[in-house]
Design a binder for this molecule. Structure first.
Ligand code: NAD
Ligand code: LMR
Length: 341
């Protein structure tokens, strides 16, 4: 017998990530090929007609898993009974835009929507924040839903950065991203993040698993250009498309939620922005990207790694805390790269 439908909310569903994401959800990429979905889509009144058009297209695509669509500009209706909330609604930065402009607008949206989340969503709702600054918006949701929603259920998306790191290594070695595993994104979805290959492996043409550093055999590239490419990829996409990444963001949201709900494979971990328990020196309570394993809808921070910054010679600033703390703080000074965090 088919399982009961799950209610999945996408906020900002009429936007460009929303348009890429909702067909992926309806096709089963979020919760697997057997899980029926009732899709809730929220946007603001100026986007109501466009949202209605997206709903019409979803109907026309006749997705077998799609058991219902709620397309609305009413926050209460949107959040009622949802099991998964994908928070995309907000404003993207544009080319040349200051980062704090996005932060100012988007953080207030997350403050406003937190009460609807706490009041009307399922008590065990799982939340992933996509809108920038993603870590900060998730922190705002966590703080504003305390006592109603378990902080462990509020996460932010750093899986796009994780996937970017996998793809860069795969491209460099002429393999597919499936052959690369266990990279880590530490920190914020911003240019202060640290993409870490030091625990990662790659399966090469010989069929054997190799340490990424040995396989690449170019520490200079791994320690410099690779890190910058991953850290700055969002800006590079905006420079080319004049719009921020959308299909890759949507696909990574599906990877994030699917792994969270269905579990990571034995011996592998992924990267998720989660509420810190103080692991690796990240202050307890901040939303920080760690390596996590998942099982039955629960994530666990993978312990026992040597965090790159802890092994660096800069012992006075082991995890780059100055930058991380600034990004967690709503009133921070813009760093000039405008990339959110
Ligand atoms: P977009 O402008 O195309 O779409 C955003 C949608 O949100 C619009 O339809 C807008 O009407 C809607 N919206 C605005 N305020 C809202 C509110 N209060 N409630 C509900 N909906 C609201 O933008 P996009 O390209 O889809 O990007 C969305 C966000 O995701 C941006 O903040 C962007 O920077 C961020 N992003 C994050 C990642 C990541 O990896 N974390 C990746 C890509 C983009
Ligand atoms: C990304 O990483 O692509 C997004 O955060 C969009 C951006 O502003 O860079």
């Amino acid at each position: 017998m088919a399982p009961a439908p799950k209610r999945v909310l996408v906020t900002g569903a009429a936007g460009q990530i929303g348009y890429a994401l909702v067909p992926m959800i309806a096709r089963g990429h979020l919760l697997g090929p057997d899980q029926p979905i009732i899709l809730h889509m929220l946007d603001i009144p100026p986007a109501a007609e466009s949202l209605e058009g997206v709903k019409m297209e979803l109907l026309d695509a006749a997705y077998p898993l799609l058991h219902g669509i709620v397309a609305t500009t009413d926050v209460t209706e949107a959040f009622t009974g949802v099991d998964i909330a994908i928070m995309v609604g907000g404003f993207p930065r544009k080319q040349g835009m200051e980062r704090k402009e996005v932060m100012g607008k988007n953080v207030s949206i997350y403050k406003a929507q937190a009460s609807a989340l706490a009041k009307f969503a399922s008590k065990d709702v799982k939340v992933v924040v996509v809108a920038n600054p993603a870590n900060t918006n998730a922190l705002v949701l966590k703080a504003s839903t305390e006592g109603n929603i378990c902080p462990k259920n509020i996460t932010c998306l750093t899986r796009l950065d994780h996937n970017r790191a996998l793809a860069q290594i795969a491209e460099r070695l002429g393999v597919t991203s499936k052959d690369v595993k266990n990279v880590i994104i530490w920190g914020n979805h911003s240019s202060t993040q640290y993409p870490d290959v030091n625990h990662g492996t790659v399966t090469l043409a010989d069929g054997k698993e190799h340490n990424i550093r040995d396989a690449v055999s170019d520490d200079a590239w791994l320690n410099d250009e690779f890190i910058k490419i991953v850290q700055q990829r969002g800006a590079a996409i905006i420079n080319k498309r004049k719009l921020s990444s959308a299909l890759s963001a949507a696909s990574s949201v599906c990877d994030h939620v699917r792994d969270w709900m269905l579990g990571t494979a034995e011996g592998t971990w992924t990267s998720m922005g989660v509420v810190s328990d103080g692991s690796y020196g990240a202050p307890a309570g901040v939303v920080y990207s760690f390596p996590v394993t998942t099982k039955d809808g629960e994530w666990t921070i993978q312990s026992g790694m040597l965090c790159h910054y802890q092994s660096s010679s800069d012992v006075s600033n082991p995890l780059g805390w100055t930058a991380v703390r600034q990004d967690q703080d709503e009133g921070d000074e813009d760093e000039g790269d405008g990339d959110g965090g």
